[in-house]
Write a protein that binds this ligand. Structure first.
Ligand code: PMP
Length: 406
């Protein structure tokens, strides 16, 4: 992306030209949620204004129009991530719900006391706590892949953790703290060799890298629309059809049934079996518009633009005295977490905010990882397709200013 293209693209995001405290907004909190292009917001408002009706059960025109848009979104998602068909695409509220669904429904049928689930020390709480709930319910054991000093998964340790007791391996494709891109394809192959299924938390990777579930060889993959320029409240669970077929429903209610009687209820076909209640059919249309937006720019273009930003940020921030970057993996995405000397991360975030710079501070929903690096929290700058090197310059200058205040 050249500077003119980037300037043009930024006009798709009206919020980026707003000001905070009289300063131009510099939005570097994309790993938490991204801003939305006009086309996504317009797709949502057009749906509400012209095709709003409940999906799947109406014979009337509007209901059918809404259903068509909702089901087209499912086809778009399937294509975007290389799924075999749209029956493998379950709409959820987001990554968190997708992982809870797997732990609950897959765990229900396939896991028993003594079975092992492997996660890693760099997981988001969303990929830890659902498995801990299953641990309490079923007596499974949770094994943890350690993280190396430079922020990679210790793959030797991973191989040693795998055994015939391993039933599930669940790891992030890209860390929301360290930016590390994990070798999930090789890790999935190793998991399969011992008969386990492989779950990918793709919340951070789908917005930044091309995704192909077939090439990754994963069994499940979870992500959220709001981190990929789409709306909040909608996300995706991809699951291999043969597995989804054998799993019981996650929640009961309307939409997920075939027939209901007090003598016994039968469930709908895939993927509806997992979609109890009125789905977020406006959100799915927004997600489809977000996919369209990203595809028009091109995932390879997005990835290379963000790789350039990350390299630049590491160079600029790395030159600041007393600044420690956490995570130095060679394969990494657009997230840089750091601390500066003894300055509290919250102070840095608060002072940067006064300069119009939005970064995130705290434990980033990864407390075990904070413990691993012996810190309470970190400052995190995370980039999206619309960020620029001059915004990174402003961040570096802002940090220097904060540093001089202490
Ligand atoms: N996993 C990772 C790696 C994440 O970064 C996040 C969001 N910070 C989640 C899971 C949870 O996503 P959501 O809150 O959208 O469900």
């Amino acid at each position: 992306m050249n500077p003119t293209e980037l300037d043009h693209l930024r006009t798709d995001f009206p919020i980026l030209s707003s000001q905070v405290y009289g300063k131009p907004l510099i939005y570097l909190d994309n790993a938490a949620t991204t801003q939305k292009p006009r086309s996504v917001v317009e797709a949502i408002s057009t749906s509400y204004l012209t095709t709003n009706a409940n999906v799947h059960r109406g014979v009337h025109h509007l209901s059918q129009a809404a259903t068509e848009l909702h089901e087209k979104a499912r086809v778009d998602v399937a294509r975007f991530i290389g799924a075999a068909n749209e029956r493998e695409i379950v709409f959820t509220r987001g990554t968190t719900e997708s992982i809870n669904l797997i732990a609950s429904a897959y765990g229900e049928v396939f896991l028993k006391a003594g079975d092992e689930v492997v996660v890693s020390e760099m997981e988001h709480h969303s990929n830890i706590v659902p498995w801990q709930l299953l641990q309490q319910k079923k007596g499974i054991e949770l094994k943890v892949i350690p993280v190396t000093d430079d922020g990679r998964l210790d793959l030797e340790a991973y191989k040693n953790l795998l055994s015939e007791r391993t039933r599930v391996v669940s790891v992030a494709y890209m860390s929301n703290v360290l930016g590390t891109i994990n070798p999930v394809r090789d890790m999935a192959a190793a998991a399969h060799d011992c008969g386990a299924v492989f779950v990918v938390d793709a919340a951070q990777s789908v917005p930044h890298l091309p995704t192909d579930v077939e090439a990754l060889g994963c069994d499940f993959l979870a992500f959220s629309a709001h981190k990929m320029y789409g709306p909040t409240g909608v996300g995706v669970l991809y699951g291999r059809e043969a597995l989804l077929d054998q799993m019981p429903p996650y929640q009961g209610g309307g939409e997920m049934i075939s027939h209901v009687s007090f003598a016994g209820t039968t469930f709908d076909r895939l993927p509806y079996k997992f979609e109890a209640g009125t789905p977020n059919f406006i959100g799915s249309v927004g997600l489809s518009a977000a996919i369209d937006y990203m595809e028009r720019i091109g995932m390879d273009q997005i990835a290379s633009h963000e790789a350039r930003l990350t390299r630049y940020a590491l160079e600029r921030l790395g030159a600041i005295e007393g600044l420690t970057v956490y995570g130095r993996a060679p394969e990494r995405g657009a997230v840089v977490s750091f601390n500066v000397g003894q300055i509290h991360h919250l102070d840095i975030g608060t002072l940067l905010d006064r300069l119009g710079i939005a970064v995130r501070t705290g434990h980033h929903c990864a407390e075990p990882l904070m413990r691993r690096f012996g810190v309470e929290g970190m400052v995190r700058a995370s980039f999206g397709l619309y960020n620029t090197t001059s915004e990174i310059d402003a961040l570096a200058e802002g940090i220097e200013r904060v540093r001089r205040m202490f």
